[in-house]
Design a protein around this ligand. Structure first.
Ligand SMILES: [Zn+2]
Length: 285
């Protein structure tokens, strides 16, 4: 009981502190709209039925993989990973063992991430895992800066719609679960996107007519993709070099105004070619 209370206090404390430390700020291209679909962990149904639904709408998703889960009863297989990558989906990192970063030691985290990178590299050499989703959505705020040196982006499960500026070390993630009204909330956020632009990141797990409470039905997934297209949102995986980011920011606090672009080194997308339709990716963790 006491242990659970301490854990809850730790989690809520880190959730309050995390957005306030070590931000890596970037400014979104004005007027552009992005919707990213993310599958975390991920069950086999996400790799197969989920990918079919996404691709049928001309979109691509991000699959956050924990290579230690491979081959489980309901998990993805090596062939699933290779197929997803070949078809243009982004494969991101979700640690090797689905590690709880809130309680793990730094050395354990480093070892685990190295293990995941090596396992993926043995399968897809030359295609590093560039994006990360915090397993369970849990982290120690002090880890943001360290992980930010390793990944182009890190996604949380803290809800919100990105407008104007984003913290690449702690991207918002919104549940796309068929239970609990999350799909309707996602559709409302897409409406808001249509009005003012921005970047909405949605995450889910299994895809089935009878999903778990952490998953989505094919019909709901399709509704969200269609609504995104109607809102003029780009729905492929985010490519940081040419997608939402127009410049990289400094370590200013999240409440401070973002700096102006300062030249090529600071620009991640100012000179990038116009993007195609994209739905990007980012984890319940
Ligand atoms: Zn997860």
């Amino acid at each position: 009981m006491l242990r659970r209370l301490i854990d809850s206090a730790l989690f809520h404390g880190s959730r309050w502190v995390a957005p306030r430390v070590s931000p890596r700020l970037a400014r979104l291209a004005p007027g552009r709209r992005w919707v990213s679909i993310c599958f975390d962990d991920f069950p086999r149904s996400a790799a197969r039925l989920g990918a079919e639904v996404v691709e049928a709408q001309g979109a691509r998703a991000t699959y956050y993989v924990a290579m230690g889960l491979i081959g489980g009863e309901d998990s993805f297989t090596r062939d699933d990973l290779l197929r997803l990558s070949a078809r243009g989906h982004e494969v991101g990192c979700h640690s090797y063992s689905h590690l709880d970063l809130l309680t793990a030691r730094t050395r354990t985290i480093e070892t685990d991430l190295a293990l995941n990178a090596a396992a993926w590299a043995s399968l897809a050499p030359g295609k590093p895992l560039r994006h990360f989703a915090y397993p369970y959505g849990r982290l120690r705020p002090s880890q943001k800066a360290r992980l930010g040196q390793r990944f182009l982006s890190m996604r949380s499960i803290f809800p919100g719609l990105h407008r104007d500026r984003v913290d690449l070390n702690l991207l918002h993630g919104n549940k796309l679960y068929s239970e609990g009204g999350h799909v309707d909330r996602a559709l409302r956020l897409i409406d808001q996107l249509a009005g003012g632009g921005g970047w909405l990141i949605l995450f889910t797990h299994d895809v089935s007519d009878h999903p778990t409470r952490f998953g989505v039905t094919p019909r709901d997934l399709e509704r969200v993709l269609r609504a995104s297209a109607s809102a003029g949102a780009e729905t492929e995986v985010p490519r940081m070099r040419d997608v939402p980011v127009t410049f990289r920011a400094t370590s200013r606090p999240a409440s401070a105004p973002a700096p102006r672009p300062a030249g090529p080194a600071a620009s991640a997308g100012a000179s990038a070619p116009p993007p195609r339709r994209r739905v990007s990716a980012a984890g319940a963790g």
